[in-house]
Structure formats: C-alpha cells, structure tokens
Write a protein that binds this ligand. Structure first.
Ligand SMILES: Cc1cc2nc3c(=O)[nH]c(=O)nc-3n(C[C@H](O)[C@H](O)[C@H](O)COP(=O)(O)OP(=O)(O)OC[C@H]3O[C@@H](n4cnc5c(N)ncnc54)[C@H](O)[C@@H]3O)c2cc1C
Length: 410
C-alpha cells in the first residue's frame, strides 16, 4: 500500500492532510499520528491569564478535524528510521511509509535553565504561558498581584510566535491600569535580542510603544539561571533582575523523538530546503512549521502560508516532476497592544515588516500601527482557524507576501 504518513496532527499536519486528501485518489492511504486527543488553539493561551479566554474554550476534539478518508492514529512516536522508511512508536509497534511529512511542532524546555522548572518558585512566582497549564496557573497569580515587580522574560530564540511575550507585556500593563494599581507595579520586558523585535522598523515602532507605556526594557540578556532564593533572573554577564512575578518563555527545542532519529539538527529541528520544504537529507520527507529549521518565525501564519507549497511539491515529487512551488517565508502576526487595539506585521524572508495598510492600500488593517480593527481581526482569527484553515480551505488573501499597501522607507 502507498502511504503518506504525517507526524503531528496540530496546525500543519491537519491542514496538509485535508488538502492532500482532496488531491489524491483512494489508492493512497493518508495517516496522521498524534499523541493526544485535544487540538489546542495555541494563540488562545495568551488570553487565559487575563480571563478573556478559558482553557476549555481553546481545546477541541482533534479527530473531528480530519476529512473522511484520513486515518487518524493516537500514538506517541519514539523514533524515526528514515533510512528504512519507518516510524517506531512508544508501545514498540512500527509503521512504514512511502512519503513522510514531519509536522511535530516544538516543545518548551523550562528544564534546561537552572532554577526554572527545578526551582521552588516554579508555579508559585515563576510561570510560563506557552502551555495551557502554565497560562491557567498564571491567571490566579496575576489576579493576586497588588504591587511589586512583574518581569516578562524571553530565555533565548527561537521561540514560537516571537511577538507573544510582547503582547503579554502590553496586555498585563493594560490589566494593571484597569485595576488601578499600575503605579504600584513596575513592568519590565527582558529579551536576549538587542531590541524588542528582530527587525529594525518593527523594533522602532514597538520601542516607542513600550516607552509610552513606561515599560522598562532590558536587552542583550543571555539568561544563566533563576535565583530562587533572591527572586532574581541572572545573566551570564552578571546582571540580576529582581521580580515578584516572573513570566518566562522558556527555551524551545524540537521533539524528543527527533533526537533519537536519523533526521534533525543539534536543536532537534528538521533541516528542510527553505523554499521547497523538502528534507535536505531524505528525498521522500517534507517538513512543515515549528518542527523545521526554517529561518522565519515559528508561527501558525507561516504554517498556513506554507501548507499549499508542501502539498503541491509533495504531489509533484510523487509524480517524479520537478518541485513547482517556492515558499517565500511569509509571516503575518497581530500584536495585541491593550486598550482594545492591536498592531499587524507582514513580512517574508527578504522583506522586513513595514508600515502601511493590509491587505490593500485602503486597509482595513494598519501595518505597525495600532487600531481597533486589527484587534477585531485577531479575535476573529480563532473562528477562521477552526472553520477555514484547519479544513484546508483557501483564505481570501494570497499565500505569498505582497507589497500592495506597504510604505517603503528610504
Ligand atoms: C502563546 C502562543 C501564542 C501564539 N500566537 C500566535 C499568533 O498569534 N499567530 C500565529 O501565527 N501563531 C501563534 N502561535 C504559534 C502557533 O500556535 C504555532 O506556530 C503553530 O501551532 C505551529 O503548528 P505546527 O503544526 O508546526 O505544530 P503544532 O500545532 O504544535 O502541532 C504539533 C503536533 O505534534 C504532536 N506531537 C509532537 N510530538 C509527538 C510525538 N512524539 N508523537 C505524536 N505526536 C507528537 C503534538 O501533539 C502536536 O499536536 C502562538 C503560540 C503560542 C504558544
């Protein structure tokens, strides 16, 4: 039997499976493997600490998102043998494939920073919001915060949705203002980068917004450890940042099974050609999303825009044709800025985020500027995710980045 095996039934695995099923006849078996029954809408984690979303609302039954004719198997992958076209599961069973798509995402590693997960403050004064459990526990602690120092901290890059910690910072500032205790709480954003964001024009706009909201920014901070005794984050160059509540984005790596497989780099991400998304090591393997080493943001938007490329190129590879599609690195992210507003970024491998309007010169969204419509776009996105993207339908905006509406700077 000819089988396309998709490892991971999250954002990328689900979209690719549904799109492929429409293109291939019954001669092809399409199987998706995932380890858990709940599909999480991860952007929703951001809102849980502020009680504007709930842990129950962002999780839906994974199996219900696969079209008829897709086999969904719930198992934990423990190893890949690409040399033998084989996947080995935790229970010892094995499955062979003709073509493989790795869509297993990334995992957060608070265990890799001394004093973080193994410290006594973890879950008491030190939290993540990149898991449902972390975001839920943080909700309780934030609502009990009356005064002191709130520190939002990025341990190192790469991380999923690099703007999410900035959004968290701005929403937290807004929550403190609404609770009328802003003057009693210092808010600090700590980043390993030399600016709030990786790209210069976006950083300029975001820096002025943080300054306007009196949020302190600590840059170039290479985290060594968390000092639990003194409630401080410590850097390799000896800086110490005191906190009452620390909201951290821990280190990210690829999944554990990649480490034990004949695919994957030193951080357990899967090397792929950044244009074709085919594995650089194995011709019958493609990768999508956070699991790969793509030099663009680890973001759902990147997954949506690249899924048609993976599908078209995989179909061509099956037919022995040249790979026709090239991914341009397109990413598009809303940044919640509090006060019922958001900013929007749109960029790709070659073009940094610019100011202007999206998707047309008349908007309705504003690039790198705050607006209520952007905020409404961010909120509407959840329903678009479940109803349009996961089933593999096309969006009314092009997958490739367009310069239409963007304002070029000299
Ligand atoms: C707080 C937060 C906010 C975010 N906000 C945004 C946003 O506003 N915009 C945006 O574009 N993106 C956002 N993202 C990022 C976005 O959610 C991810 O980039 C996207 O979901 C990645 O899709 P993926 O298919 O690569 O991985 P995932 O959707 O994570 O899927 C990976 C799947 O693989 C499965 N898996 C892993 N290991 C195994 C194994 N050993 N065996 C079996 N199954 C396995 C997992 O269970 C999972 O279902 C945010 C993320 C977070 C955490």
């Amino acid at each position: 039997m000819k089988r396309i095996l998709i490892l991971g039934g999250g954002t990328g695995g689900t979209i690719v499976a549904n799109r492929l099923r429409r293109e291939l006849d019954g001669e092809w078996n399409i199987t998706v493997i995932d380890r858990s029954p709940g599909h999480h809408y991860q952007p929703g984690y951001l809102f849980i600490p502020f009680s504007s979303s709930s842990p129950e609302k962002i999780v839906k039954d994974r199996a219900s998102f696969f079209s008829a004719g897709i086999d969904y198997v719930e198992k934990v992958v423990s190893r890949l043998e690409c040399a033998n076209n084989k996947v080995i599961f935790e229970d010892g069973e094995e499955m062979e494939y003709t073509w493989l798509v790795v869509a297993s995402g990334t995992r957060i590693r608070p265990d890799l920073t001394p004093g973080m997960k193994d410290g006594e403050l973890w879950g008491k004064d030190v939290f993540d919001f990149y898991t449902k459990e972390g975001a839920t526990a943080l909700r309780e602690r934030l609502s009990a915060l009356e005064e002191g120092k709130l520190v939002v901290h990025v341990t190192d890059m790469p991380i999923k949705c690099p703007v999410a910690p900035l959004e968290f910072t701005l929403l937290a500032e807004d929550m403190l203002r609404k609770r009328r205790i802003r003057h009693k709480v210092d808010v600090t954003y700590v980043t390993p980068l030399d600016a709030p964001f990786t790209k210069p024009i976006a950083s300029r706009e975001l820096s002025s917004l943080l300054e306007e909201r009196s949020i302190f920014v600590e840059t170039d901070f290479a985290t060594e450890s968390i000092d639990n005794e003194n409630h401080e984050v410590v850097s390799y160059d000896g800086r110490r940042i005191p906190f009452d509540v620390l909201v951290t984005v821990p280190l990210h790596t690829g999944q554990a099974f990649i480490e034990d497989s004949d695919i994957g780099d030193e951080m357990h991400f899967v090397p792929v050609d950044k244009y074709t998304l085919r594995s650089t090591e194995w011709d019958n393997v493609f990768g999508i999303g956070d699991a790969t080493n793509l030099p663009t943001s680890k973001a759902g938007a990147v997954v949506h825009f690249s899924a048609p490329v993976v599908v078209e190129n995989l179909l061509a590879a099956i037919d022995g044709r040249e790979l026709p599609e090239k991914f341009d690195g397109h990413a598009n992210c809303f940044i919640e800025s509090g006060r019922g507003e958001a900013l929007l970024l749109d960029f790709n491998y070659d073009q940094e985020p610019l100011t202007g309007h999206f998707p047309t010169p008349a908007g309705p969204m504003t690039l790198l500027g705050r607006s209520k419509i952007n905020h409404m776009g961010k909120l509407a996105f959840e329903q678009i995710y479940w109803r349009v993207l996961l089933p593999g339908h096309d969006m009314p905006i092009p997958d490739k980045m367009s310069m239409w509406g963007k304002k070029e700077e000299n």
